[in-house]
Design a protein around this ligand. Structure first.
Ligand SMILES: *[C@@H]1O[C@H](CO)[C@@H](O)[C@H](O)[C@H]1NC(C)=O
Length: 371
């Protein structure tokens, strides 16, 4: 028997033993979430023409936009039905080969903008580019300039998301892994990598400080309304971590919420509640494999391709789920498109004027859902 086949047989046998008490289909099925509303299929679709993967969405201080970063490295701005999407900014100056909507092998050249946030005081747009670090561009757009490219003498590997504290003049941001890059995000999840970090960039001193280490896929970031704590999504463990910034517990970390799936970005609404987009709900298999790195490593060794790895973790039925959390981390609402009729693999939910603007790292559109 060749080693690949042997490994596959071993994995299957172990799975069969581990899950013998489950119905095999249920193993890969996204779970039912009690109290959730299967309403998101009613969202209106806004196509991002000629582009895919609008991962994060942000409106400027005048309510213009949204702006979104897409897979070919551009940041686009929605100018309304008449004008549609216009090119606003980019993070790389070497864009001559960045002509295909989706070319993961060129992401380190073209840039891959993920988290976006406006500094309300200056009107500048800050960009967490997965490959090129933290960048900034003025309100007129164009080529973004570097803000942070390395931390503790090492280049950032997988910059992911941020939030800005205007009072303190600092930016809290994540690097998902010090080992893997964005196009290898399934490896972060499956290999048991815990090299994710939360950092703080001080705009006046230009200093970067690591606040939290050893995070298993550090992802979305959001400050509380009063600035007393910052949340970080820990994707692999399906948790939201809370780091106290002020008060007697300053510097301590708590688990803020445990979620029914893998969290991506977190965005606060005007009431101080948090919307968390789940990339996918965690099937029994996904939860098991993400907490047993040996199994994930075995799948990698067998040579599963990206699609196989992704669907084994994201479930055999594509779907969308968003969770609203209170300031204390209680689940207030779960909205879903259980069948993936309209939305799937969502990455961010931004609430504005009674609507949810819903982004996706993989789809060629955003969704607009009226609350
Ligand atoms: C620009 O990108 C191409 C790949 O598309 C690369 O071969 C080349 O070295 C890059 N040039 C610079 C100046 O970085």
């Amino acid at each position: 028997m060749n080693p690949g086949l042997l490994a596959a047989a071993t994995l299957l046998a172990l799975l069969a033993i581990t899950f013998s008490f489950f119905n095999p289909l249920a193993l890969f099925s996204p779970p039912h979430v009690p109290g959730s509303k299967d309403h998101l299929h009613a969202a209106r679709i806004l196509h991002v023409s000629g582009a895919v993967g609008p991962e994060s969405l942000v409106f400027d201080a005048h309510g213009g936009g949204p702006y979104t970063g897409v897979a070919d490295g551009r940041i686009l701005k929605w100018e309304g039905e008449q004008q549609g999407w216009t090119e606003f900014a980019f993070t790389s100056s070497n864009r001559s080969n960045c002509v295909r909507p989706f070319a993961p092998e060129l992401e380190h050249v073209c840039g891959r903008p993920l988290g976006l946030k406006f500094d309300k005081k200056t009107g500048d747009l800050y960009i967490a580019d997965a490959y090129l670090g933290l960048k900034v561009v003025g309100s007129a757009g164009g080529l973004a300039t570097e803000v942070v490219t390395e931390v503790e003498g090492q280049p950032l590997q997988f910059t992911n998301d941020m939030d800005i504290s205007e009072d303190e003049d600092v930016i809290y941001f994540t690097d998902s892994s010090t080992i893997f890059r964005r196009r290898q995000f399934m490896l972060v999840l499956l290999s048991g990598d815990r090299s994710g970090r939360l950092m703080k960039y001080d705009k006046s001193t230009k200093e970067v400080k690591v606040l939290l280490r050893d995070i298993a896929f550090a992802n979305g970031v959001a400050l509380s309304k009063d600035g007393s704590f910052v949340l970080v999504a820990e994707t692999t463990t399906c948790k939201i971590l809370k780091l106290w910034l002020r008060g007697p517990k300053a510097g301590e970390v708590d688990t803020f919420a445990e979620l029914p799936g893998f969290p991506d970005n977190i965005r606060r609404n005007s009431e101080g509640h948090f919307w968390v987009a789940l990339h996918a709900k965690g099937s029994p298999f996904a939860k098991w494999v993400s907490s047993n790195p040996w199994a994930g490593k075995l799948m990698l060794k067998i040579g599963f391709n990206f699609k196989q790895l992704h669907s084994s973790v994201a479930g055999w039925k594509a779907h969308a789920a968003a969770v609203k959390l209170s300031e204390r981390g209680e689940i207030l609402e779960v909205l879903e498109d259980c069948e993936g009729k309209t939305l799937k693999f969502i990455s961010e939910v931004e609430e504005k004027d009674g609507k949810l603007w819903i982004a996706s790292v993989l789809m060629p559109f955003i969704g607009i859902y009226s609350l």
